[in-house]
Design a binder for this molecule. Structure first.
Ligand code: NAD
Length: 494
């Protein structure tokens, strides 16, 4: 089968003048790790080492928690307006350095410039949203519920929050946590993914003159050492992880020893349910973006199409045509590149294994399914057909530029099949039937359900899953709720 894909690349360059200073960020200072060890940061487009970061350890986490605990005393007493001013100042600083952040995020993750631009713009908007949200956020009204007693409900910070972020949207996931955590009056210790730590470290550095020392601390290193030290730490009040289901399980288990609160945003395997009455061309164009954005390394990716059998052939034709036009290349390939390399060699091997396993289990590659010669972890955008609903490609997260297509016969069956998975993050329904567009989302067991679109997000609306996709909500005022606590004060004046 000949491939429609050709890599679009520019001059190979794994350098940046916008790299963070070497070290971790603790109590407003860049400091080395007690371990003295380092981790290489690799450019996925060239496979070259960009720089090294410190491999943090438990002692570094202890230092950072101590700083965060001390800073919480004053930060927790600030009024929302003051915290909002600081969140807006962070947004302003990022806006000034927008081009540098776009380039650094693209270099570290391999994501195309067009994806990185949207990441940075959404990140800036996230800080602005929480600047407003923390001022408008309220509790239930006080009042007399027992004769002679007046109740007040206070909204308080939780305290010190441990944050663990993934590699697919490094700076954006950091902002999704920092916004409500700081807006709610908490301080934090954040561990970025060891694979993509650069923009998070740089953010801490460039906002150092804006945020009081100790309010934001960054410790770099592995999940098993630094992540585990955060989730088990006795002086952290809440741990928030965005990552895989397996890491979620480990974090929840280790957080159990200190009974700290846990906030989990985990994996997904979003079904895209296409009914016979749907606009098939629009649905195919929708999957072209929703299935492949960020090279499919997206927890909400529309990666599992379930299409009515009567229109499956026609839809698949549209989808293959759409996907064949995707432009694959490196960040240096310019603004038309839509699909970059996947993030690492280990991840490349995982995604290729998932594709090969699908074929072994009887599926067909309709387009793509291959890597590329030369440097970089590139995988061609792939559509897989003849997929059985119980096969691995239909049920397990591949987290690459891969969409599988299954068929269904009746509505009850497609709802049941969509719900019969451990994941519950997001789903979409494509239909022109008004009644179905209201009723189907109510039957689907997912934290977000789109109708006639997929993967459209806004900072005002909540994001988060059910079942194996975790609990807790990012974005919106619901995140403000998750990162604060209520206190009831009852005054007896009888
Ligand atoms: P990962 O679970 O491997 O790593 C995520 C973070 O957890 C990293 O910082 C890692 O170092 C850390 N970690 C790993 N083991 C740990 C442990 N034992 N204790 C504490 N921390 C640990 O995930 P990833 O590969 O970086 O990211 C991809 C995953 O994240 C996918 O499953 C994806 O669906 C999910 N994700 C979910 C959302 C969402 O909003 N629900 C958003 C982005 C990514």
């Amino acid at each position: 089968m000949s491939s429609p894909f050709k890599l679009v690349t520019g001059a190979e360059d794994s350098t940046s003048s916008f790299l963070p200073a070497f070290g971790q960020f603790i109590n407003g200072k860049v400091v080395p790790s007690h371990s003295g060890e380092t981790v290489d940061v690799i450019d996925p487009a060239t496979e070259k080492v960009i720089t090294k970061v410190a491999a943090g350890n438990k002692q570094d986490v202890d230092d950072a928690v101590k700083a965060a605990r001390a800073a919480a005393k004053t930060w927790g007493k600030t009024v929302p307006k003051d915290r909002a001013d600081i969140l807006n100042a962070i947004a302003d600083r990022m806006q000034e350095l927008r081009d540098e952040f776009i380039a650094l995020e693209a270099l570290d993750t391999g994501k195309p410039i067009m994806v990185s631009e949207i990441d940075i713009d959404l990140t800036i908007d996230c800080f602005r949203f929480f600047a407003g949200a923390c001022r408008a956020f309220t509790t239930m009204g006080g009042g007399q519920y027992v004769e002679g007693n007046t109740s007040l409900i206070l909204r308080e910070p939780v305290g010190v929050v441990g944050v663990i972020t993934p590699w697919n949207y490094p700076i954006m996931m950091a902002a999704w946590k920092m916004g409500p955590i700081l807006g709610g009056g908490n301080t934090l210790v954040l561990k970025p993914s060891e694979i993509t730590p650069l923009t998070t470290l740089k953010l801490a550095e460039v906002i150092n003159d804006i945020v009081p020392a100790g309010v934001v601390n960054i410790v770099t290193g592995s999940g098993s050492v630094v992540g585990n030290a955060l989730s088990s730490h006795p002086n952290i009040d809440l741990v928030a992880l965005t990552g895989s289901v397996n890491s979620g399980r480990l974090v929840a288990e280790s957080a159990g020893s200190t009974l700290k609160r846990v906030h989990l945003e985990l994996g997904g395997k979003a079904p895209v349910i296409i009914h016979a009455d749907a606009d098939l061309e629009a649905a195919a164009a929708g999957v072209r973006t929703a299935g492949y954005w960020n090279s499919g390394q997206e927890c909400g990716a529309g990666c599992r199409v379930i299409v009515h059998e009567s229109v499956a052939e026609e839809f698949t034709k549209h989808l293959v045509r759409e996907v064949s036009t995707l432009v694959v290349g490196s960040p240096s390939g310019g603004s038309t590149v839509e699909i970059g390399p996947v993030v690492s060699k280990a991840h490349y091997d995982r995604v290729m294994k998932a594709i090969n396993l699908a074929v072994e289990q009887g599926a067909t590659i309709a387009v793509g399914g291959h890597g590329f010669d030369g440097n970089g972890y590139y995988i061609a955008p792939t559509v897989i057909t003849n997929v059985s609903p119980t096969s691995s490609i239909a049920t397990e997260e591949a987290f690459g530029p891969v969409v599988s297509v299954e068929t269904f016969t009746d509505e009850a069956e497609v709802i049941e099949r969509s719900n019969a998975t451990m994941y519950g993050l997001s789903a979409s329904v494509w239909t022109s039937d008004a009644k179905r567009s209201i009723l189907a989302p109510q039957e689907l067991d997912f934290g977000t359900v789109w109708v006639n679109s997929h993967l459209i997000l806004a900072n005002e609306v909540p994001w988060g899953g059910f079942k194996g996709s975790g609990y807790g909500r990012d974005l919106s005022v619901y995140a403000m709720e998750d990162f604060t606590r209520t206190k009831h004060v009852m005054i007896n004046h009888a």
